[in-house]
Design a protein around this ligand. Sequence first.
Ligand SMILES: NC(=O)c1ccc[n+]([C@@H]2O[C@H](COP(=O)([O-])OP(=O)(O)OC[C@H]3O[C@@H](n4cnc5c(N)ncnc54)[C@H](OP(=O)(O)O)[C@@H]3O)[C@@H](O)[C@H]2O)c1
Length: 248
Amino acid sequence: MKIGIIGTGYIGGTLIKKLNQAGHDVRISDARGIHLIPENLKDSGIQVVEVTEVFSDVDVAILSVPLVVLPKLVEAVKVASRECVLIDTSNYYPSRDQKIDAIEDGKVESIWVKELLGREVVKAWNAMGSDSLARLGTAPGTPGRLAIPVAGDNSEHKRVAMQLVDDIGFDPVDSGTLAESWRHQPGSPAYCTDLTEKELEDALGTAVKSRLPARRDIAVEAITERFGGDGTNPDAAYLVRLNRALFS
Ligand SMILES: NC(=O)c1ccc[n+]([C@@H]2O[C@H](COP(=O)([O-])OP(=O)(O)OC[C@H]3O[C@@H](n4cnc5c(N)ncnc54)[C@H](OP(=O)(O)O)[C@@H]3O)[C@@H](O)[C@H]2O)c1
């Protein structure tokens, strides 16, 4: 498939490499300018294009930036065709993003994104840490294969996103509509806990929405204390241990 990606950080950079390795035709950009794209992402046929062009003539458009950056990308998204599958990896962290009243008041993060962008959105790759995503993918059918939740309101768009999750080494789990996608927002038992398909389905079912913000903020505090708060991502072992302990 032809896939455009904005965001070349921990998650976007990992998706770029893995989707390219899986044989997809990947083109990438950076919201602040292509001069900021890391050199190691410019090989193996990956095209680097301006942000205004990256979603032109693609089957799938992926946004992988902090949620607070999304309002700057409304025009870039308008370039995508109506048929294009738009996937967003973002999560809301008020300590990193500015506070967004609607989300603070309980609006589901991806509903806020859908309304902002004015089109269908699939939520995927938001609930696995970057270290796990980069290292722990396996072939279909491998015992203990890890799973990733995918939510959306358009069943065909969700099917495409689930296929891409499978292509890069993980069992896709249909987590329902966007309205249900809070079940894998930060602070939920499904968030960055590295679960298999059955475990993930159980975790999605046991989430309690009112408990998410406090658990999310405790996790941020622990990671900041341990890693210094400079944005360095924790390794998979630490992140999964921390989150599983919070949700036990
Ligand atoms: N890290 C994880 O383990 C993880 C897991 C699941 C989901 N997520 C979510 O996925 C999204 C991306 O996360 P990430 O960890 O990959 O982030 P990241 O490493 O910080 O990368 C973010 C990307 O967004 C761009 N960006 C950052 N601040 C910007 C600004 N003010 N204006 C324009 N562009 C800006 C960066 O571009 P520059 O090159 O210009 O800095 C970079 O390409 C976030 O919403 C995050 O919550 C992260």
